[in-house]
Design a protein around this ligand. Structure first.
Ligand code: HEM
Length: 424
């Protein structure tokens, strides 16, 4: 096989959800693409062709030239059958509701403004004690579990979910349903998720219908009785003085909820796994908890749970040694940028004191993650609360990962541990 064909096959494999069950394999593909020094054309079966972009500099170029590379109508890799189903069910390729990730230009900017202030660091910091209380609840659950648990399933899935649902005005009683629906939505291609529902496309559509049923009453309630929370800001949002339609309002709730929890869960679980696998880094952190903010950045770089987003070129343009034609799709792999040899010394080493750490786990440009300050705070608070209480922790079985090409992380992380001052 020629080198060209090998590269194309590897790039095409990145479209396949199954590839992400093995993160080492994914990282090997990223390294191979980066070392080729250019962007690579992929033609996966059942999907429109795209250019795979693996180098951080090329990703920054695409993301910051947002008039030349637009998000609509294809903000993420989708199978053609799923696009078709979305068109039939919702009238648009990208899915059920128009959300920030599939908007461009001024309309995108105006939608971001609705939430931007609320997510600024000085406002997010006001949530510190509420978030710490939620973290402590889950750490207590861990402490009560007889020194052994599945950290992903029992703890990490739930903690960020409760944080994001609480800011969206949802009671704890919806959390379990919510988790199932996100897994249906993001893990729609994973055969291990809800095996009883056979049809992948139906799973995706069904999850969105059910999400809407959960949010609708909150919108009605906050319109009648607004408070100063994010749910009220969304429910009563206006653009140019006109109230948002119900579909757009639901879109804001949906993107915040779905973007906000399993990304942070994956980073919390992946961060803990990396610390256990690099005991000298765990010791270093425990001896100097001032390093925690740096450690959080390294968890983000290491896990990079959002694997990609996609853009469409609006003109013929040269990038990464190739000419991309108007209308071509490009897929930017943030997780690859996080291990780029041109940006990081020894990118395959996990170092909690890495400085500088210019990772792209939150993307960049106009779509830069809106919730990044909240995510950083949540992860920091969790480890701030957990590490001083732990005497020891080790892996207790094989970890497994979600088969999904957009947001993917640990689905299982069995651990054994001892809390200080207990016999467990
Ligand atoms: C570790 C946790 C997280 C990671 C790694 C992450 C990563 C990302 C990435 C890569 C993007 C796309 C950026 C781009 O296209 O350049 C994004 C967008 C977004 N994220 Fe996050 N995210 C995380 C947590 C959160 C949280 C906690 C929230 C809110 C509660 C949130 C809300 C959003 C929203 C609303 C967008 C869409 C922004 C837009 O299109 O304008 N994220 N995130």
């Amino acid at each position: 096989m020629t080198l060209e064909k090998t590269l194309e096959d590897s790039a095409a494999r990145l479209a396949d959800a199954e590839t992400y069950a093995d993160p080492d394999r994914v990282n090997e593909i990223f390294t191979q693409l980066r070392l080729s020094g250019r962007i690579v054309r992929a033609e996966p079966e059942g999907m429109r062709p795209f250019w795979a972009v693996a180098k951080a500099a090329d990703i920054r170029f695409i993301e910051t030239n947002s008039n030349k590379f637009i998000a609509a109508p294809w903000p993420a890799m989708l199978m053609k059958d799923q696009e078709q189903k979305n068109i039939e069910l919702f009238g648009s390729i990208s899915g059920p509701s128009t959300t920030l990730v599939s908007m461009d230009g001024e309309i995108h900017h105006k939608h971001r403004l609705i939430a931007q202030e609320w997510f600024m660091p000085h406002n997010v910091r006001k949530l510190t004690s509420d978030i710490a209380a939620i973290a402590v609840t889950y750490i207590e659950k861990m402490a009560a579990m007889d020194g052994e648990c599945d950290f992903a399933k029992n703890i990490a899935f739930w903690y960020p979910l409760r944080v994001v649902n609480s800011i969206l005005g949802l009671p704890e009683s919806v959390d379990a349903d919510f988790l199932r629906l996100t897994q249906l939505s993001f893990g729609a291609a994973d055969p291990n998720i809800e095996a009883s529902i056979q049809d992948r496309l139906e799973r995706f559509a069904q999850s969105h219908r059910e999400f809407m049923t959960i949010f609708h009453p909150v919108i009605v309630e906050r319109r009648a009785n607004p408070t100063d929370d994010l749910a009220s800001a969304y429910a009563n949002a206006t653009i140019d003085g006109d109230p948002l339609g119900i579909a757009e309002t639901l879109g804001l709730f949906l993107i915040t909820a779905t973007a906000g929890h399993d990304t942070t869960s994956a980073t919390t679980a992946g961060g803990l796994k990396a610390l256990i696998e690099h005991p000298e880094q765990l010791v270093k952190l425990r001896e100097n908890m001032e390093l925690l903010p740096n450690a959080v950045e390294e968890f983000l770089r290491w896990v990079a749970p959002v694997k990609h987003f996609a853009r469409t070129a609006t003109e013929d343009i040269q990038i990464g040694g190739q000419t991309v034609s108007q209308g071509d799709r490009v897929v930017v792999f943030f997780a690859s940028a996080c291990r780029d040899e041109d940006v990081f010394d020894d990118p395959l080493d996990f170092r909690i004191d890495r400085e500088p750490n210019k990772h792209l786990a939150f993307g960049t440009g106009p779509h830069l993650c809106l919730g990044m300050h909240l995510a950083r705070l949540e992860i920091k608070i969790f480890f701030e609360q957990l590490l001083p209480r732990l005497e020891s922790i080790e892996l207790a079985g094989e970890a497994s990962y979600l088969q999904a090409n957009l947001v993917s992380g640990l689905t299982s992380l069995p651990v054994k541990y001892k809390f200080k001052g207990t016999d467990r």
